[in-house]
Design a protein around this ligand. Structure first.
Ligand code: CTP
Ligand code: MG
Length: 252
């Protein structure tokens, strides 16, 4: 057992992390895909990889865009010395296609953590909480209680109703599962293409395709997804606060 803060991770479990970096970053409106933009001295994707590298996960699978695997192997994995990365695989059109490629490459592990490479502020502590959650509940997602009031809009753009905020969470990653469970859920999804509409996270696949309940575990309001240009600046501020975030992340 190793402890990180208040976490106690069972080191006997065999855990693979899938780090997703196969998106096009269209909302970032940048010539370079957002995962390769420089953030605090290195490509953005390196921050999430560094957090998993430091964590107790056994190995990492990096999922990249079509034609980007060689670049990532050389310029990211080798250049920054990510020794836990055992495979770099090509993703697909939608996030869930990329996850499926990662899951196929992760075959054989007990638990799997799925993480958006576009969340550079993830910490070792959050990763440990997700690992514990997978071991205890079989399915869990990192998230935070919503701070703003949320309204459901009608077709005319008016507020139709206001859900009770105390029941609302904003969901982040990592999302962590028993491998067999999430693999079965994804296999079923791809056998039923009509179910693919509107899938935005892995928990939805497990909720829709199996009877398993997905446990919610608190992460951090700093664990943001870099989606639009201002997010890059905010992520930079948060990373500067984490003393260890970029420590040791030097290009070799
Ligand atoms: N992702 C992926 N494969 C896809 C789409 C997304 O691996 N086909 C990854 C992204 O690289 C990112 C994470 O999933 O790390 C979350 O997706 P998002 O923030 O939507 O990133 P993009 O799809 O790249 O951005 P956009 O939606 O603005 O195009
Ligand atoms: Mg997207």
């Amino acid at each position: 057992m190793v402890g990180s803060g208040v976490n106690t991770v069972d080191e006997r479990r065999d855990v693979t992390a899938i780090v997703l970096a196969a998106g096009k970053g269209s909302r970032m409106e940048s010539r370079i895909h957002k995962q390769y933009l420089e953030l605090e001295g290195c490509p953005l994707i390196c921050h999430a990889l560094a957090a998993f590298e430091r964590s107790p996960v056994n190995r990492i699978i990096l999922v990249t865009g079509a034609g980007e695997t060689e670049f990532c192997r050389k310029e990211i994995v080798e250049a920054y010395g990510f020794g836990k990365v055992v495979a770099v695989v090509e993703g697909g059109r939608e996030r869930y296609h990329s996850v499926y490629e990662g899951l196929k490459a992760a075959k054989g592990c007990q638990d799997v953590l799925i993480h958006d490479g576009a969340r550079p502020c993830v910490t070792e502590d959050i990763i440990c909480r997700a690992m514990e959650g997978a071991a205890r509940y079989k399915a869990c997602v990192i998230g935070m209680p919503v701070k703003d009031t949320i309204k459901i809009a009608d077709e005319e753009g008016n507020a139709s109703h206001t859900p009770d905020r105390s029941t609302l969470w904003q969901i982040q990653t990592p999302q962590a599962f028993s491998y067999g469970l999430v693999r079965t859920a994804y296999d079923r999804l791809f056998e039923n293409p009509s179910m693919e509409r509107g899938i935005t996270d892995d928990a939805m696949v497990v909720e829709t395709m199996t009877k398993q309940k997905v446990h919610l575990i608190k992460g951090s309001y700093e664990n943001i997804k870099v989606t639009t240009p201002e997010d890059l600046e905010v992520a930079g501020v948060f990373l500067r606060h984490h003393s260890v975030s970029a420590a040791g992340l030097e290009e070799r």
